[in-house]
Write a protein that binds this ligand. Structure first.
Ligand code: PXP
Length: 242
């Protein structure tokens, strides 16, 4: 069975909207694990717009499954990862203006920088994955750079409309999975996956873990809202005015 890594960045986004302490991504990670998640994924961004250094430190202490840290291949992030030692680091491209990670890493272009970051992280005992588009040249470059895993960016498939375009994107993913396996790389996948499009990816086989954030947190808001409102209504009816 494929594993599920739950990305909890959005929980931190809600917390940062008020600058307070709630909701705490550390509590969210524990709930996700109790519900069966195989791993917790967080992205510590350069601008700290959602996950904070404090979250990373506490999650390293509390996550009982596996902690996957998404990060840019910068000196600052590599130093943080080497100190905190998540189980896995997934190197991602990062742009300040983007709403979310928009494309895969250009490993071919950045081979030297990425290979150096991978070597340092692996020396610290961290498994390293590279977030790449389903492009054979990027898979080969990831292997050359010394990565253990690739995480295939499924955004183009998720956004494709119409059966023909979806099939084309799915075919690219399938080819990338096969090539990565042939080269001895582990394969994860993520971005834009939801409760309907996940099925076609699972059927492809060969994907060890799916990293899913937006769809799960969005659903949590909707399926949890009923209970949250009822609890407040109950409270209002239970407490008497003086
Ligand atoms: N994998 C990577 C590398 C990501 O950057 C993201 C988005 O933070 C995800 C998976 C999860 O994507 P989504 O939130 O669309 O499920």
């Amino acid at each position: 069975m494929a594993k599920l890594g739950v990305n909890i960045d959005h929980v931190a986004t809600i917390r940062q909207a008020r600058g307070g302490a709630e909701p705490d991504p550390v509590a969210a990670a524990a709930i996700a694990e109790l519900a069966g998640a195989d791993g917790i994924t967080i992205h510590l961004r350069e601008d700290r717009r959602h996950i904070q250094d404090r979250d990373l430190r506490l999650l390293r202490q509390t996550v009982k499954t596996r902690l996957n840290l998404e990060m840019a291949a910068t000196e600052e992030m590599v130093a943080i990862a080497m100190a905190v030692k998540p189980d896995m680091c997934t190197l991602v491209p990062e742009k300040r203006q983007e709403l979310t990670t928009e494309g895969g890493l250009d490993v071919q272009l950045l081979l030297k920088t990425i290979a150096e970051a991978i070597a340092k992280l692996k020396d610290s005992g961290i498994v390293v994955s590279l977030f790449i588009d389903p492009d054979p040249d990027q898979v080969k470059a990831a292997n050359k750079a010394g990565a253990d895993f690739v995480e295939i960016h499924t955004g183009a498939f998720a956004e494709a409309t119409g059966e023909k375009r979806q099939r084309e994107e799915l075919q690219k993913i399938e080819n990338a999975i096969k090539l990565a396996a042939k080269l001895g790389l582990g394969v994860n996948a993520g971005h834009g996956l939801n409760y309907s499009n996940i099925k076609r990816l699972v059927r492809l086989g060969g994907i060890e873990e799916f990293n899913i954030g937006h769809a799960i947190i969005s659903r949590a808001v909707l399926v949890g809202l009923d209970r949250a409102v009822r609890e407040m209504v109950d409270l209002l009816s239970a407490v008497e005015a003086r």
